[in-house]
Design a protein around this ligand. Structure first.
Ligand SMILES: C[S@@+](CC[C@H](N)C(=O)[O-])C[C@H]1O[C@@H](n2cnc3c(N)ncnc32)[C@H](O)[C@@H]1O
Length: 430
């Protein structure tokens, strides 16, 4: 049965929040102030969930989603909200979480780091459903479901990648064994002034010679770097250039090579500003020692090293650490070193002496509680935390504040416009 609801506000995860007879309920796709018609789909002890059926009185911040499959695709969840309102929501959530956890607001709130609101995304994991070769689907999964929503063309992907999902569907439908294609890691690489697609294709079982030939001609036609990521196919790659895939940080004269599956920040334009601001806020000088925790390919380590400090990068993935070392060598940076460590382990397996003057940490969504305790005990003077989860950031910020750190600056990092993902950076000082 449909109910008429008046939405109170946006919950931290971007859903409309309303109280029905005193009980909290969430309505995906509904905005504050709207009167909507919705149907209850789930009841729990603490809250209910409703499906939005119709918006009867729209909010002024509501916009028409440009994507024709927005109502089905799980790739974006904020296209119905004006971009300025998306930013205001992200800022409110970040500051609210920090304030509740630490009873502090940042001494300075810097301008958000932003890019073009569409055509920005340079990395996506595409799901493939090829159970029926006549209706192969390549795209993102529907929110909260295993269903693959077929994409022809995606408006948030960088122009180099936007039409690749549709082209992949056509290719997979022609293969001898379409069902052997698992997921596909899609990324874009930069070389000189060219941007080209990078495909990490997960094959289940063996790839026959005709299918291999089809993949090779696809890579040639799209000037794509192609690698099969299953164990048995690991060595097979098609390369459009003699140089391996990578991306550039022109302000630092650095290029970072990567392989499909390595973590690369999802928005090139935002990442360039994020790195520049990280280097500026950290302000590490020659003679200082900096820890880059969760360093990936050296996205922060290498630019910091170009300014003269000695950087120690730590990361759990051995192949990524090997690439980070190669990236340092290729960029002729001898003042950085990299080590493989699991930073969720306690006590921290990083040498205690000499200690560090500053730390940049960029953990996954689970945050970095063990590392943060370790940093706080050692009273390291400057800590820059790049976060993709305001909740775990706030939890970890409390450890710093309780240990005598001050929340010096913060900024929203709008890595994924049109989605409710909230990324941010915070500087803590003693
Ligand atoms: C958000 S990414 C950041 C990477 C890098 N800072 C960048 O800007 O590209 C997080 C990185 O942490 C690594 N990682 C995940 N869990 C880890 C752990 N327990 N210990 C160390 N590194 C981990 C991942 O492999 C990934 O490279």
């Amino acid at each position: 049965m449909a109910s008429k609801l008046t939405i109170e506000k946006l919950a931290d995860d971007g859903r409309g929040l309303v109280r029905v007879d005193g009980k909290v309920a969430f309505v995906s796709g509904a905005l504050p102030g709207e009167i909507v018609s919705a149907r209850r789909t789930r009841r729990t002890a603490g809250f209910d969930e409703y499906e939005l059926l119709a918006v009867e009185t729209p909010a002024p911040s509501r916009v028409a989603p440009p994507c024709p499959i927005y109502d089905r695709c799980g790739g974006c969840d904020f296209q119905h909200l004006d971009h300025a309102a998306q930013m205001a929501h992200k800022s409110r959530v970040l500051l609210g979480q920090l304030e509740r956890a630490t009873r502090q607001t940042p001494a300075f709130i810097d301008a958000p780091i932003m890019s073009a609101p569409f055509g920005y995304r340079r990395r996506a994991r595409l799901a493939v459903d090829a159970r029926n070769r006549k209706s192969v689907r390549v795209g993102f999964r529907r929110e909260g479901s295993a269903d693959v929503v077929d994409i022809d063309q995606c408006g948030v992907l960088e122009p180099t990648l936007a039409e690749i999902p549709g082209a992949l569907r056509a290719l997979i439908s022609r293969l001898d064994a379409p069902r052997r294609v698992g997921h596909i890691e899609l990324q874009s690489a930069e070389l000189n002034d060219e941007t080209y697609p990078v495909l990490g294709v997960h094959i289940v079982g063996d790839l026959g010679a005709p299918d291999r030939a089809s993949w090779c001609s696809f890579a040639a036609e799209h000037r794509a770097y192609l690698r099969f990521t299953a164990e048995s196919e690991n060595m097979f790659a098609v390369m459009p250039h003699a140089t391996p895939p990578g991306y550039v940080l022109p302000a630092f004269g650095v290029r970072l090579a990567f392989e499909p599956g390595d973590f690369v920040q999802g928005n090139a334009e935002v990442n360039r500003t994020l790195v520049a601001r990280t280097v500026e806020w950290l302000d590490a000088k020659g003679g200082e020692r900096v820890l880059d925790a969760f360093c990936g390919l050296g996205n922060f380590a290498l630019p910091i090293a170009t300014r003269g400090a000695h950087v120690v990068g730590v990361e759990s993935r051995a192949t990524t650490v090997a690439l980070a070392r190669r990236n340092a060598a290729d960029n002729r940076l001898t003042n950085c070193e990299f080590m493989v460590r699991d930073l969720h382990q306690s006590p921290m397996p990083i040498a205690n002496k000499p200690t560090f003057d500053a730390v940049v940490l960029d953990p996954p969504r689970s945050g970095a509680l063990e590392l943060v305790r370790w940093i706080a005990q050692r009273k390291i003077a400057r800590v820059l935390y790049v976060s993709c989860s305001p909740a775990t950031l706030a939890r970890d910020a409390r450890v710093f504040v309780d240990a005598g750190y001050r929340l010096e600056r913060s900024a929203i990092v709008d890595m994924f416009p049109q989605t409710s993902h909230i990324e941010s950076m915070c500087l803590f000082t003693r």
